[in-house]
Design a protein around this ligand. Sequence first.
Ligand SMILES: Nc1ncnc2c1ncn2[C@@H]1O[C@H](COP(=O)(O)OP(=O)(O)O)[C@@H](O)[C@H]1O
Ligand SMILES: [Mg+2]
Length: 490
Amino acid sequence: MSESTIAPTVPVAEGGKSILLDQVTKRFPGQKSPAVDGLTLEIPAGKIVMLVGPSGCGKTTTLKMINRLIEPTTGRIVLGDEDVTDIDGDDLRRRIGYVIQAGGLFPHLTVAANISIVPKMLGWAKDRITARVDELLELVSLDPAIYRDRYPRELSGGQQQRIGVARALAADPPVLLMDEPFGAVDPITRQRLQDELIRIQEEVQKTMVIVTHDFDEAVKLGDWIVVFDEGARIVQYDTPDRILAEPANEFVENFIGAGAGLKQLTLRRVGDVDLAEAIIARPGDAAKDVLTRIDAAGHGHAVILDERDRPLQWPSRLQLTRLETIGSTPTENLPVIGRRATLNDALDTMLVSSAGAALVTGKRDAFLGVINIETIMDAITAVRTEAAAAGTNTPVGTNTESISIIDPTATDGAAAWAPQRRSVATLSPRRRSRRPPERAVGADSSSSLPGSSSCWRHSSSGSTPPSSPTPSAPRCRPTRSGAECSSTSR
Ligand SMILES: Nc1ncnc2c1ncn2[C@@H]1O[C@H](COP(=O)(O)OP(=O)(O)O)[C@@H](O)[C@H]1O
Ligand SMILES: [Mg+2]
């Protein structure tokens, strides 16, 4: 593969903006009940919020109302501190990246032309667009020299999906919406794309709203997860940690599926554990010198790195004894895993590796260390201990109650216990963290006005407390990739 070094001309990291859906309802003509029913949802800036729920519960409709591909019947959409409910839809969509299955690329346009669509519409200069295309291809780990002039049909499913993400990021929008982006690719490619998305998010810090039917994907990618029932009714809105530890009810439990304990491993990343050290060598080194070094360290393998510190080979002691000098040919299918990958994924990779371990890489695929079974076992113990400790001090169900606005000037007793006012503006972009200190607000049939002087309170008389299972709750059965649900009410 040829190398290319592109100096970024446009800053990539612009950060995200918060999104507020304020009492949003969508009623399709001829539908008995609304597809989205009075949804109030606060999406913190710079975070990944996952929308999950059974088929037909209103995930796509919710997503498309954010960029007004679907117009809400009633309610408001606020982006940052701007009410965008009535602004020109095309203008809005240029400010919001949108990714669908298989990238949704135009087949008759090259990769570069696909990525350039929005920058062109915005009237960017040609040089700027060219530089941006190359920069984005690098960001999604595709060599610009190889891929910029290809057509979508000349790409694998995973590559098309990467281009879809690059295109959505082209004009550096603060918000990215994705509808089941990895639904059409095989499980191994899906895992890689998920890891890549997490890495990209570290760099770009966008606000991302992602629809998925795969609960494991939601746990892996989300800072926050919204579990919807029909009519986009929120059953639970919480961190993956807390949803796994304290599912709001049986509906959520069913959705999580079997093995909630093991899924906690999905919450720990390779980069969070102590990696084992390795003996490192380069192409051209004398094999006997490398052998001396691994013997001195008591290791069974040496890691061969290229000039950019990327793993090339991982020869065993035996293989080294057969060599004079270390070659430069990369070994196919090295067990390599990114530091952002989950321990679950690491375990999968290690189990098919002859070394029973995996090589961990970081930024630009540079080698960081080795992960082995002992490391994972230590982490499993730590996760159990942490989960046990967290269970005692996690507040119970506060964000599963419906939340309503009360008038602070009201003199009735209820106002007196109003806990706090929280507005979108108070949620500042932060680095990705597994335990965000602030809870996002999500409720149906309630209101949240960021500029208003109203207060939040937990309502005991909400029209439908989202925490209670509804009679029409779909039946779910666990599958390998989460839960498959079918509605019993239609
Ligand atoms: N254009 C439309 N016209 C009529 N009904 C629609 C339309 N789009 C979606 N719906 C209905 O709205 C509900 C929610 O759909 P959708 O948001 O696509 O669900 P999900 O993405 O969660 O599977 C479903 O009952 C669906 O049939
Ligand atoms: Mg959908």
